[in-house]
Design a protein around this ligand. Structure first.
Ligand SMILES: Nc1ncnc2c1ncn2[C@@H]1O[C@H](COP(=O)(O)OP(=O)(O)OP(=O)(O)O)[C@@H](O)[C@H]1O
Ligand SMILES: [Mg+2]
Length: 470
């Protein structure tokens, strides 16, 4: 069995044969080259562990050849061969990245010793790199709390999925971590150094969505004064995350289908197709099969996106994760708010464990953020949790507006907390009044629709709940 593959480059065939015989006797596989061209070819082919170069070749000097070989394979250890008496050249070579040098005539034991050392260094370096990669992988997942068995299984699946190119279909209730998982897949994949581009199909008005996704040529519609690149072009070689895919308007679904089938599309107003290399991840909280039955989502598109499904369980199915999430989220909130709350009283924790969490992890995060803002000392007590009643359960009258926030006697809340409470109560009242019509509500609130959706998201408010009460 060979213990390594060594390339020897020298314009003296006699020396080449001598070195070959010695190295083969020591169980190395040997390739030889008499000039730079042959040497480069050998390095392009795979698997050279070490190169030995004569510093003075006929057509080219060894130093520049070393640089060329390093540009082909930066990790290749190169040993320089130099005639007796030209040590300066060898020293210079080491400065420029040679691993070591050997003087002619070659001393067989010195040769073996040097080679063994170089190979060991290379092995350690690649081992190190592998460990670093592993660490990094772990690190990417450290932002995700997943202690429960059910989430452990999800994460194990995610790690495997990341290594593939298949389209991923993430489904789960609002706030279960769909976006977190989409990012984790991207950053654990080969595409991690390329863009991760996300678009929320529900937040972009239909009239704009097509040009946001596919871009447009100048003059293609009124107002298109400049050509723009769409998200799909920006995501080239990376990952495209289509959030709330269930809200993709029927008018755009055929174009999306074509991208999924052919990775090709026409920007608005252009006759030249654009070819892209993107990995696609979609997410939805809607039951897409139901949408297909209702005729709101094309069946062929459904099968194109429903390739590798990942189901994110609601928080009430993994309550064991709550204490770990609390620790993680409190740390995150402390960084944002500069207010370092140490933890919860046992009663407060119990209250969290008993809650049903319709808004899942996002609701937990909001609840804690609110509690941290309100907390007067370093621990969160049960009284300040869900002060306004459970955050996402909406009573028929809706929560009170300002009166409660401004008690005549007693202590006032911080402005930030009071503002957040007001905003939430206002949104709930507004949606009740508009019977869940986001368009109407946004208009009354004087907000763009996308910003209005962001507000609802911030407060874990589910539009559907207001539609049901119609
Ligand atoms: N397993 C988890 N570990 C740590 N943080 C989490 C986890 N899951 C979700 N979060 C946090 O909860 C919040 C909501 O997560 P995310 O936005 O990914 O949910 P989502 O399912 O996309 O929600 P929506 O349906 O509302 O868009 C984020 O702040 C995220 O960082
Ligand atoms: Mg989301």
């Amino acid at each position: 069995m060979f213990t390594g593959k060594i390339l020897v480059v020298d314009d003296d065939p006699n020396l080449l044969e001598l070195v070959r015989a010695r190295l083969e006797a020591a169980n190395f596989e040997v390739l030889t080259a008499v000039n730079g061209e042959e040497a480069k070819e050998a390095v392009k082919g795979d698997g050279i562990d070490l190169a030995i170069l004569d510093l003075k070749l006929a057509g080219q000097d060894g130093m520049s050849l070393m640089a060329e070989l390093h540009s082909l394979n930066p990790a290749l250890p190169v040993m320089i061969l130099t005639g007796y008496g030209s040590i300066e050249g060898a020293v210079e070579a080491i400065k420029r990245g040679a691993y070591g040098y050997l003087t002619k005539p070659i001393d067989p034991s010195e040769l073996q010793l040097q080679i063994a050392r170089a190979l060991e260094t290379r092995r350690l370096a690649s081992e190190n790199l592998r460990l670093k990669e592993l660490l990094k992988e772990k690190y990417e997942f450290t932002n995700i709390v997943a202690k429960s068995d059910i989430m452990q299984k999800v994460l194990a699946g995610v790690a495997r999925i990341a290594q593939t190119e298949s389209t991923v279909y993430i489904h789960g209730e609002s706030g279960t971590g769909k976006e977190v998982i989409a990012k984790a897949i991207h950053f654990a994949s080969e595409r991690k150094n390329k863009p991760f581009v996300a678009i929320n199909c529900a937040a972009v008005p239909e009239a704009l969505l097509e040009s946001e996704l596919f871009g447009h040529e100048k003059g293609s519609y009124t107002g298109a004064v400049r050509s723009t690149k769409g998200y799909f072009t920006q995501a080239h070689e990376g990952t495209m995350f289509l959030d709330e895919i269930g809200d993709m308007p029927p008018s755009i679904q055929p174009k999306l289908l074509r991208v999924l089938e052919e990775r090709q599309f026409y920007p608005i107003g252009s006759e030249k197709p654009v070819q892209v290399d993107v990995r696609i991840i979609v997410a939805t909280k809607k039951d897409l099969e139901e949408e297909v039955k209702k005729g709101c989502f094309r069946e062929d598109l459904f099968y194109r996106v429903h390739v590798i499904p990942v189901r994110l369980p609601p928080l009430r199915e993994r309550k064991g994760d709550i204490p770990h999430l609390v620790t993680h989220l409190l740390r995150k909130i402390a960084l944002q708010t500069k207010k370092d709350v140490k933890g919860l009283t046992p009663q407060a924790m119990k209250k969290l464990m008993l809650h049903d969490w319709p808004g899942n992890v996002r609701e937990l995060e909001n609840t804690l953020e609110y509690a941290v803002t309100m907390a007067e000392d370093e621990v969160i007590t049960e009284e300040i949790l869900f002060e306004m009643g459970a955050p996402t359960t909406v009573g028929s009258q809706g929560p009170a507006l300002p009166g409660d926030l401004l008690p005549v006697n007693g202590s006032l809340k911080s402005l930030k907390a009071a503002r957040a409470e007001f905003e939430r109560a206002y949104l709930i009242r507004l949606l009740q009044q508009c019977r869940g019509s986001a368009a109407k509500a946004a208009e009354i609130a004087g907000k763009y629709r996308a910003d209005f959706y962001d507000l609802l998201k911030k407060h874990s408010i589910n539009l559907q709940e207001f539609k049901k009460t119609e």
